[in-house]
Design a protein around this ligand. Structure first.
Ligand code: PEP
Length: 247
């Protein structure tokens, strides 16, 4: 049976001391759990967290990757560099990257391709804004976002993770209801089924104000294979409670 995947997105938070305390608490609390766990950390802390996680069952993740392979791209971090630090997962197309850094669907698809080529699993984020939901465009938007990734990556698509993150639910405390989330996940699953025979084995995560109180209901839905967790991933007790809800 497919294990749930719970991925924490620390965003631009952390210090050496805070990271160490958080990871030590996760290592102590998550031991023996029966799901896949990952933490996506800011790039400067990859080396630190790689060391802290060494030999544990928790995987290291990054929050972004360059669309370029190497060269004169000041400030960028390549997929190969992430690989050097043992990165297993990399978020691509997070709504904060799309919104504040103008990342288009095409750029997101190329980033996913770079990650795959380096042996890293891209966690491709899709999701509609509130205005798009209120205009009845939710399905159209998420299908368009995923279609470009499918088109660019061909057979590689079976190796990605998809994260449905309604933009209006990220960091707002507003969660999609379990039914709303499941409805969109089913649409994404069907789109993946049309692209690969592996679709049912793939993970589709829900993200958007997931917390200790709502995780169990969301994670019980047929097509919700895990969570992408922002704010609640910064507090060990909350993150551990979500991991427990995923068992
Ligand atoms: C995220 O950043 O991917 C996220 C889902 O954030 P939050 O859980 O804080 O809404």
């Amino acid at each position: 049976m497919k294990k749930k995947l719970i991925a924490g997105n620390w965003k631009m938070n952390g210090t050496l001391a805070a990271n160490e305390a958080l990871v030590q608490a996760l290592l102590a609390g998550a031991a023996g759990n029966d799901c896949q766990v990952s933490v996506c950390v800011p790039a400067p802390y990859l080396a630190q967290v790689q060391q802290l996680l060494a030999g544990s069952g928790i995987d290291l993740g990054a929050q972004d990757v360059s669309q370029h392979e190497a060269g004169a791209f000041t400030g960028e971090v390549s997929a190969q560099m992430l690989r050097d630090f043992g990165v297993r997962y990399c978020l691509v197309g997070h709504s904060e990257r799309r919104q504040y850094h103008g990342e288009s669907d095409a750029v997101v698809a190329i980033k996913a391709q770079r990650a795959l080529a380096a042996g890293i699993t891209p966690v491709v984020c899709v999701g509609e804004t509130l205005a798009e939901r209120e205009s009845g465009l939710t399905e159209e938007v998420v299908k368009r976002q995923l279609a470009v990734v499918i088109h660019t990556n061909g057979h590689g698509i079976s190796e990605i993770v998809v994260a449905y993150e309604p933009v209006w639910a990220i960091g707002t405390g507003k969660t999609a209801s379990a039914e709303q989330a499941q409805q969109v996940h089913a649409v994404l699953r069907n789109q993946l089924r049309a692209a690969t025979p592996q679709a049912d084995k793939m993970h589709i995560l829900y993200g958007g104000s997931m917390n200790a109180a709502n995780a169990a209901q969301l994670l019980a839905q047929a097509d919700i294979d895990g969570g992408l967790v922002g704010g609640a991933a910064l507090k060990s007790a909350d993150f551990l409670a979500i991991i427990a809800a995923a068992q």
